[in-house]
Design a protein around this ligand. Structure first.
Ligand SMILES: *[C@@H]1O[C@H](CO)[C@@H](O)[C@H](O)[C@H]1NC(C)=O
Ligand SMILES: *[C@@H]1O[C@H](CO)[C@@H](O)[C@H](O)[C@H]1NC(C)=O
Ligand SMILES: *[C@@H]1O[C@H](CO)[C@@H](O)[C@H](O)[C@H]1NC(C)=O
Ligand SMILES: *[C@@H]1O[C@H](CO)[C@@H](O)[C@H](O)[C@H]1NC(C)=O
Ligand SMILES: *[C@@H]1O[C@H](CO)[C@@H](O)[C@H](O)[C@H]1NC(C)=O
Ligand SMILES: *[C@@H]1O[C@H](CO)[C@@H](O)[C@H](O)[C@H]1NC(C)=O
Length: 335
């Protein structure tokens, strides 16, 4: 045999012995943006941006606000779920939560964005899968965010001190617990000396200030399940945020990294959830977009805020009397 061919042969032998988990199918993701409390008006912008950006990392997104999609059959086709700016306990019923738990236990991957840390607050496994629940945020001001782990795909395109102007990063979320306590690795940290936070801080969220993080083993997995990955970023409040290339790179990097758990079918032929290679849309019907027209209350410009409760409506028509009554109540409660 020629000396030239021998290395190639060894290489081929090596490949046949080492299991590989390269992506064999376009991954499929489900974006869930239902809200039961405060509704961010940037949700449609965010959904469109995620769908467009998904092409660059070979993931095809369906979007829904329909909680009845949370069944075993409804979730099985997906390599990844994205909880996008959800709020409130009522975004899933008990059966939906159980289906979500089973999906995670089967190796499903999970990404949560912005106020997705402020939904299902009574659901312990969900909080662990996100990493921590939202507590409150100080309102509009400029601030810098420090990259504290530049090696991660969600941060490797960011400047070490990510300085953002024009209310771009409205929210420096504070959390009810330290995500590091469930095994998360914090990659972004709000620079607390770059903005004012009148508090009060009622919980210990650890230092440095957690702003975005990842979990190699999603802590919401129970019953000895297969450990998919979880990624969370607290950024993403405004439309402008979703038009910023660096921010989109940050989110797409987190999604890309989560998929690389290789626990799902687009990457692993023995995976139990994920895209097995059927044509997109055939496994559970066509992608659905259900948009609700709940107006969102506009944030103030000072002080702090907990997300306020907004009655959610199933239809596009909203009784103006209900809105006015709600606004009266809200006005009385929020300062
Ligand atoms: C998943 O597979 C890719 C190769 O396709 C590899 O680089 C990566 O390390 C794998 N991830 C895990 C967690 O094994
Ligand atoms: C953000 O975009 C949405 C939809 O694209 C729009 O309805 C909303 O008014 C925008 N919000 C602001 C504050 O411009
Ligand atoms: C959540 O838990 C709190 C206190 O534990 C309780 O007061 C509240 O009713 C619960 N909410 C829902 C929607 O289950
Ligand atoms: C944020 O910084 C920019 C540029 O320095 C400035 O124009 C803008 O007014 C600042 N916004 C706030 C809310 O302070
Ligand atoms: C944090 O922000 C302060 C005030 O803007 C600045 O002086 C300091 O250099 C920043 N520190 C880091 C580590 O980014
Ligand atoms: C591939 O999937 C199987 C079955 O779900 C799982 O046991 C295995 O750990 C997965 N491989 C990787 C690299 O995660």
């Amino acid at each position: 045999m020629s000396l030239l061919l021998r290395p190639l042969l060894y290489y081929a032998l090596f490949l046949s012995l080492v299991p590989t988990f390269s992506q064999s199918q376009t991954a499929r993701g489900l974006i869930y943006s239902a809200t039961a409390d405060f509704r961010h008006d940037s949700i449609p912008t965010a959904r469109d941006a995620l769908i467009a950006r998904g092409q660059s990392i070979d993931i095809l997104f369906d979007v829904t606000e329909d909680p009845t999609r949370f069944t075993d059959a409804g979730l099985t086709p997906y390599d990844l779920l994205v909880f996008l700016m959800n709020t409130g306990e009522a975004v899933l019923d008990e059966a939906g939560k159980a289906a979500l738990q089973r999906y995670l236990d089967l190796g499903g991957n999970f990404v949560a964005i912005h106020s997705a840390s402020d939904c299902l607050r009574n659901t312990t496994f969900y909080g662990r899968e996100v990493g921590a629940f939202f507590d409150y945020h100080p309102l509009i001001q400029n601030a810098t965010v420090d990259v504290i782990d530049a090696s991660h795909p969600s941060t490797n395109m960011l400047p070490a001190q990510w300085s953002v102007q024009d209310e771009f990063f409205l929210d420096r979320y504070n959390f009810k617990s330290d995500p590091r306590s469930v095994g998360a690795v914090v990659v972004l940290s709000a620079n607390e000396s770059s903005y004012l936070d009148p508090g009060p801080r009622r919980f210990d969220q650890g230092t440095p200030h957690p702003t975005a993080w990842y979990q190699e083993r999603g802590a919401g997995v129970e019953n000895g399940g297969i450990l998919g990955r979880s990624f969370y970023t607290s950024l993403g409040h405004l439309n402008q945020t979703w038009q910023d290339d660096l921010f989109l790179g940050h989110v797409a990097g987190g999604i890309f990294w989560a998929l690389q758990s290789n626990t799902t079918r687009a990457f692993n032929s023995s995976g139990q959830v994920g895209n097995p290679g059927t044509l997109p849309g055939t496994a559970s019907g066509p992608a659905t977009t259900i948009s609700r027209s709940n107006p969102s209350s506009s944030p103030g410009t000072s002080g702090t805020s907990r997300h306020v409760c907004f009655p959610s409506t199933p239809s596009n028509s909203l009784d103006i009397g209900v809105v006015l009554k709600f606004l009266e109540r809200t006005h009385a409660r929020v300062h």
